[in-house]
Design a protein around this ligand. Sequence first.
Ligand SMILES: Nc1ncnc2c1ncn2[C@@H]1O[C@H](COP(=O)(O)OP(=O)(O)OP(=O)(O)O)[C@@H](O)[C@H]1O
Length: 259
Amino acid sequence: MTSNAFTLDDVGVTFETPDGPLIAVQDVKMDVEKGRFVVLIGPSGCGKSTLLRVLSDLLPASKGTARVFGGSGAQARKERRLSFVFQDATLLPWRSVLENVRLPLQVGRWSRLKREANDPAEMVRLVGLEGRENALPHELSGGQRQRVAIARALVTRPDVLLMDEPFGALDEITRDRLNDELLRIWRETGTTIVFVTHSLSEAAFLGQTVVVMAAKPGRILDVIELDARKPGNEIDRTGEAFFGITSDLRHLLERADAA
Ligand SMILES: Nc1ncnc2c1ncn2[C@@H]1O[C@H](COP(=O)(O)OP(=O)(O)OP(=O)(O)O)[C@@H](O)[C@H]1O
């Protein structure tokens, strides 16, 4: 049994465009242990979303291999061991909060997988929406809709959660609150999380490992391990340690932008 949640081995992605081949991702190598919280940052177009798509096997790598729990991303998806949360919550508008969260257990081949699900009502509580179970998506704020999307992603007990700028459209205070909640959920569930963001403070707050990418071609420039600087994974957003981490990340990002 591998102790890695996923492994990227010399992964490259090239798109054919009218202007010729575009190298979106080049030679990406990464081993991520189970249960880690990995954050990807980097300038626009450096291939962050492309890497998430390769990991989940929604997009084949043009070069190299991507393994999830030693198998393919497609298999992990099929077994519902891998879930996504995107920037836009994409809830079904006619379904209540609880019914949206329950959806993954009602569609596709879930009943044939013989996997244990999380209780949808419990997931609604986990994301702090107790009492809003019967609300419809249009009655919720953007932050509440994202919480529903997180609850829906967790209901299948995924081992890996891929999050592509899930809080990008939210105000900073709401974002901070959801970051607190996400860390709590991560600790409670032990899920491996790969999280894409443009926010340095979000990266500094959430990441155990922060992967800094550069563009043209998209590649990994630096990998920063932050655990040692965040005892117990607790971090005070107004403290000096936090300021130190965000300014280090800023310098790396400036380098990535110029690279
Ligand atoms: N289907 C596609 N066809 C052609 N080019 C693509 C396709 N998908 C992505 N690209 C290109 O690949 C590069 C990487 O895109 P990607 O969306 O992964 O970047 P990103 O780092 O997630 O960007 P952002 O931070 O702006 O969301 C970009 O130059 C983009 O234009």
